[in-house]
Design a protein around this ligand. Structure first.
Ligand SMILES: [Zn+2]
Length: 107
């Protein structure tokens, strides 16, 4: 039986105060969400970041700083339009009861 990917299951760190969101696992443990935004003039495409998939890929202790993760992303709209790869920025969403992510099936 395969052991699976190294970060298939990862333990959450204890929550501490003051909050620290320096690593991907801290972002996840504190319930934050992340949106990547394209800064190319006229584009403005935005997409939610799957933090669980990103944490599995990069490891739980990887930095959550924008400059450390930006190279992992590209804008699909710009790519499709044949535009040059532009700068991305990230919005960190605080945990809210009314969060729209993950989307739930209606019905
Ligand atoms: Zn774009």
């Amino acid at each position: 039986m395969s052991a699976g990917p190294p970060y298939d299951i990862f333990p959450f760190p204890p929550l501490k105060y003051p909050w620290s969101s320096d690593t991907l696992i801290e972002l996840l443990a504190e319930g934050y969400e992340l949106t990547a935004c394209c800064e190319v003039y006229g584009c403005g495409h935005q997409a939610r970041v799957n933090l669980i998939a990103l944490t599995r890929r990069l490891g739980p202790n990887h930095s959550s700083a924008a400059e450390e993760i930006a190279a992992r992303f590209f804008c699909a709209s710009c790519e499709q339009a044949g535009r040059k790869r532009g700068k991305l920025r990230f919005i960190v969403h605080v945990p809210l009861v009314t969060s729209a992510w993950p989307r739930r099936a209606k019905g």
